[in-house]
Design a protein. Structure first.
Length: 60
């Protein structure tokens, strides 16, 4: 999956799940690591990073 595909997937996930999208991506990272699939885990880390960028900084 290329960078543009990861960004598109992150945008779709964020649009569908809102702020919960990042937590969902984090769960996918853990599941992939537990399954021993480091490539899949890295893909989900990148997606999570793109979701963080979409959300922007937290305001307190």
């Amino acid at each position: 999956m290329g960078t543009s595909e990861l960004i598109q997937y992150a945008q779709a996930l964020y649009n569908a799940h809102g702020d919960k999208a990042e937590a969902e991506a984090a769960q996918k990272v853990v599941a992939a690591e537990e399954a021993g699939d480091q490539d899949e885990a890295e893909k989900w880390r990148l997606i999570r990073g793109h979701i963080k960028e979409l959300r922007g900084p937290k305001v307190t």
